[in-house]
Design a protein around this ligand. Sequence first.
Ligand code: NAD
Ligand code: DAU
Length: 353
Amino acid sequence: MAYEKKILITGGAGFIGSHVVRLFVTKYPQYQIFNLDKLTYAGNLANLVDIENASNYQFVKGDIVDSTFINELFANHQFDAVIHLAAESHVDRSITHPMDFVFTNVVGTVNLLNAAKNLWKDDFTGHLFYHVSTDEVYGSLHDGGFFTEETSYDPQSPYSASKASSDHFVRAYHNTYKLPIVVSNCSNNYGPNHFPEKLIPLFINNIRNNKPLPVYGKGENVRDWLFVKDHARAIDAVFHKGKIGETYNIGGFNEWTNIDLIKVICKTMDKKLGRAEGESEKLITYVKDRAGHDLRYAIDANKIMKELGWEPSLQFEEGIELTIDWYINNSEWLDNVTSGEYMKYYQDQYTHR
Ligand code: NAD
Ligand code: DAU
C-alpha cells in the first residue's frame, strides 16, 4: 500500500509517546508510523502490544544520540514528518545524572534536526518537524498568573534546562534554515503506562504495597495535571492544524497542590482496595525537598483552544479514577517495571531523604 505520509515518532515506547503512537496508528491508517525508541528504563514495548502487529506500524530500536544511525534511518525511510518525544524526562534523575539529559535531550534533538534538514533540503513543502516540550522551560510561578506562549524561558532544573535548550535549537533551525517546525509545551500528564518514578504512579504503587508515600518538602508545590490521552489529542491537533513556526501551550486548567492531590489518590485507593477510610493517608511521609524544587506550574491553554479547537475531554475526577483503575487492573505491568533496576533506583533516591 502506498501511504500518504511516513511519520517518525521518537520515544513512542514511553508514557506519552505510546499514547501518541496508538492514536496515530489507529486513527490514520493512511499514514505509516515508525516508532524509534532506545528502550531505556522508561521505554516499554508492553505499552503497545495491542497495535504491534498493525500493518501501518513499525518499531525501530535505536539511539537519537547516534548521528550516523539517525542519518541512515532518515535516508532509508525518507520520512515526511517527525514527532519528537524521545527524552530523558525525570527531574530527579536530571539532578543526579545531568549529562544523560544533555546527550539525549540536546544532542539527540539536534541530530534529528540535522537529519530532517539534510533529507528535506530546500524543499520543505508538506514536511514538519514537531518538537514536544514541557511547561517547565518557563520556570516557576510564584505570584499567580499563567505561562503563556510569550512567557520568557527561565528553566530551573537540569531537565528543564536541557528541554529549553532543545526548544531553542528547534526554533533556531526554523529561523536560520526555514525548517518547518512546530513546538508544544505541555503541563504534567497522568494516566496509564506512566513509569512509577513520577508522583502519581509511584504513589499508587506504594499504596498498593503499603509502602511510605514520600512527599517532598511540605507538599505545597502546585502542578497542573492533564490526562495523557488529551495530550495525545492535542498533539494530533497541533500536527494537523498548527501553524508552522508557532508554539502551542497545552494544559487543562487543573491545578493541585501535591498534598491535596495525594489525598485524593489515597481516598480513591482506600475505596478501590476496600480499605478503611484514612488508611492510605497514614502512609504519607514528609521527606527532604527536591533540590531547586519549582513551586508552581500553570498553563494558559487559550491559544490551542481558540485557534485549533482542542479542549480536554475528561474532568480530573473522572481521569484520576480511570487511571487508578488501570493500575489496579494492570498490576502485572507495575510488577514488571518495578523489578530489577527499579529497586536500586528506589533505594538511591529515597533511602537518605
Ligand atoms: P518517558 O520517560 O516516559 O519516555 C521517554 C521515551 O524516550 C522512552 O520510551 C525512552 O526509551 C525514550 N528515549 C530516551 N532516551 C532515548 C534516546 N537517546 N534515543 C531514543 N529514545 C530514547 O517520557 P514521557 O513522560 O512520555 O515524555 C515524553 C516527552 O514529553 C518528553 O519529551 C517530555 O519532555 C515531554 N513532556 C512530558 C510531560 C509529562 O508530564 N510526562 C509533560 C510535558 C512534556
Ligand atoms: O510539567 C511537566 C513535567 O512534569 C514534565 O516535563 C516532566 O517530564 C514530568 O516528569 C513532570 O515533572 P514533575 O517534576 O512536575 O513531576 P514528578 O511526578 O516528578 O513530580 C510531581 C510533583 O510531586 C513535584 O512537585 C515533586 C513531587 N514529588 C515527586 C516525587 C517523585 C514528591 O513529592 N514525591 C515524589 O516521590
